[in-house]
Design a protein. Structure first.
Length: 496
């Protein structure tokens, strides 16, 4: 049935599962990329199946089929996971505790009906009366086995709970993988729609971006699958241990249980305990015990697939590479004139310049005034570019104000006497840039609490910073110190 089901979601052109399926007027369905490639390679646009003519306007998205493809994939994945789990379970069941035959004394061929508390071993009635066990304490095997079996209750309960939590983690991780695949498909469709508007000459760039997305998806899913495999490994180990303890606990043969306990059981339980909670001797005692937790040693890896600038500002990046083909009209965020005598803001609110003032007795000659935008940003993705030119002292970034006496600003700084550095709240970190940028790109992703700095000349990433929780940020600029006129050029916002 699985093979018949998988054939229903196959594209007749690429023979793979439908990716972003689209339908023609003749109701035949193909992958969007497959029908696009077919349209480009053929002079006449004919349906690959029925040869009926069509136009690009006849191509329409098939959302119902896209959802069905996702559902079928999830169903097939679940079926395969169940098969794999059954195979593992069958393998583990072969290693559970096996009840031995009736145990007899190797010296006297008598039933082992007593347990020597002194020597911690099974003995027969003749052994009890012998010289070797003179003065020892004995108990019937039923009486000796009961308190030791009770010691299995706590680890058995612990393993049952652990395995339930591990199973829940596996289910959640599988769901996160599905979300990542679905998110990848959404981004793929979004990329296709944006490139469609820029016509054929952009298709080469479209393929480059899609390959980047596929790599991100592949890398992320590989990490998630490795994480899921680690959780499954711990679950299998926990189930195996649980099976052993449960089979021993359920045995009706106290002598067999005691033999297992003295040979393997005590060490088995001790190995499960945290080091600080392990007993220093083999005395049987009732106490609260801490066991080594498999759940605490693993983490759920959530879906975090995103493409940064290529996700929210794709057309702008492509425009940077193909000047003249598109003409975007950006909005402007006016820089606030704070009336600082050491700072001058241009009339259009796009540039800031350091004045020549030095202060009384030159005590402010190295003062670096700061300007901010009126508008703050707490949601969505935003991008600006700032011309720094040949300036030797400046800073650009985002100002979050001061909360609980802690500055929330994040910025990239160039200081004439120190070089480049990143300031994140109260922490300053020097960075080494091989190429001196003349234009800085600032990307603020409020939804992911992330700030990225780019060399806007070639769109290479300079640094990425993250902040713990959403706060309203404003764009902040400092033209730096005046430096006797050597750093008098303005900072200018060119895109926002």
């Amino acid at each position: 049935m699985d093979s018949r089901l998988s054939k229903q979601i196959q594209c007749s052109v690429c023979l793979g599962d439908f990716t972003d399926p689209v339908s023609l007027l003749c109701d035949h369905t193909f992958c969007r990329q497959c029908i696009s490639n077919h349209s480009q390679s053929c002079r006449l646009k004919l349906c690959p199946e029925c040869r009926r003519p069509y136009t690009m306007w006849d191509i329409r998205s098939n959302r119902v089929l896209r959802n069905m493809v996702t559902a079928v994939r999830e169903h097939l994945s679940e079926q395969q996971a169940l098969k794999d789990m059954n195979v593992v379970a069958c393998g583990a069941s072969a290693r559970v505790f096996e009840e031995p035959e009736k145990l007899v004394c190797s010296d006297h061929q008598e039933r082992l009906k007593l347990f020597c508390e002194t020597d911690q071993k099974l003995v027969c009635l003749i052994c009890r009366d012998g010289e070797r066990h003179q003065g020892h304490t004995f108990k019937p095997v039923e009486e000796a086995a009961e308190p030791r079996k009770n010691l299995l209750l706590e680890p058995l309960s612990f393993l049952s709970k652990e395995n339930e939590e591990l199973q829940a983690l596996i289910k959640k991780q599988t769901s996160e993988i599905s979300k990542t695949e679905e998110r990848s498909q959404q981004l793929s469709a979004q990329i296709s729609a944006q490139f469609e508007e820029m016509h054929q000459f952009l298709r080469k760039k479209e393929e480059e971006v899609k390959k980047m997305l596929e790599k991100e998806e592949k890398d992320m899913i590989e990490k998630m699958k490795r994480n899921r495999a680690e959780i499954e490994e711990k679950l299998n180990d926990g189930r195996e241990k649980e099976g052993i303890l449960r089979s021993v606990f359920d045995t009706d043969q106290p002598d067999g249980f005691l033999q297992w306990w003295t040979e393997k059981g005590l060490d088995f339980v001790e190995e499960m305990k945290e080091k600080e909670s392990c007993c220093e001797n083999n005395d049987v005692a009732s106490q609260t015990t801490k066991f080594k937790s498999a759940v605490k040693s693993v983490n759920l890896m959530p879906n975090s697939l995103f493409l940064g600038l290529h996700e929210s500002h794709l057309q702008f990046i492509v425009w940077k590479e193909m000047l003249g083909f598109i003409k975007p009209v950006p909005d402007r965020n006016v820089i606030h004139d704070c009336h600082d005598p050491y700072l001058r803001v241009s009339s259009d609110g796009r540039s800031v310049i350091r004045t020549s003032k030095k202060g009384i007795f030159l005590h402010l000659k190295d003062y670096r005034p700061l300007a901010r935008t009126h508008k703050t940003f707490q949601s969505g993705q935003h991008y600006w570019e700032v011309d720094v030119g040949a300036k030797i002292d400046w800073s650009v970034g985002f100002d979050g104000g001061c909360i609980s006496n802690l500055n929330k600003d994040i910025g990239l700084h160039l200081k004439h006497d120190q070089g480049y550095c990143i300031k994140e709240y109260e922490t300053v970190t020097e960075i080494d840039l091989t190429v001196k940028p003349r234009r800085i790109g600032l990307y603020l992703d409020c939804d992911r609490c992330q700030v990225c700095f780019y060399n806007a000349n070639d769109m290479s990433l300079l640094h990425t910073s993250t902040y713990p929780s959403p706060i309203p940020y404003s764009l902040s600029l400092s033209p730096g110190a005046y430096l006797a006129g050597k750093n008098a050029d303005p900072l200018t916002v060119t895109w926002n």
